[in-house]
Design a protein around this ligand. Sequence first.
Ligand code: ZN
Length: 175
Amino acid sequence: MVENRMIAEAEGLLEKLGVESAPIPVDRMAESLGIRIVYKPYEDGDDVSGMLYRGNGQPVIGVNSAHHIHRQRFTIAHEIGHFLLHEGKMYVDTPTVRFRDSVSGLAIDDEEIEANGFAAELLLPRKFLERSLDGLFKRKVRDRKGIVEKLSSEYKVSSQTVEFRLKNLGVLLPE
Ligand SMILES: [Zn+2]
């Protein structure tokens, strides 16, 4: 059920902005939702990837600009997921703690998993992926690493995200 909603929200955004090819402009998407993006290098202390804050004023997504651009894009997509799917006033995301916040408990973990799922839907839309994979197979890209790398640079997401996404969609790649 949640998955259907994630897909619908992600596809709605793509349609609204008339996006027809990769890379997906996640920053413009956030802006179209009335969210302000603030880039800031969080270099010391906790390894923060990003955050979403919605108080009384304009909602804000904070992005760690010290991170690789692929990670920044994933962070923005993840925070858009929180914004569209969840009620919380503030989310602070770190790459490692994201899944195990013992204080906040299971409900929070569910929200993190959903936000990650949404980010994958948004950054690697299934319709676009089918086309890209078709193109790669036509160009006779046969090796797994080659396929993942091509998709990673086309969509501007990390190769881990590509791998995760393809596995989730049940796309079988050559070993
Ligand atoms: Zn999160």
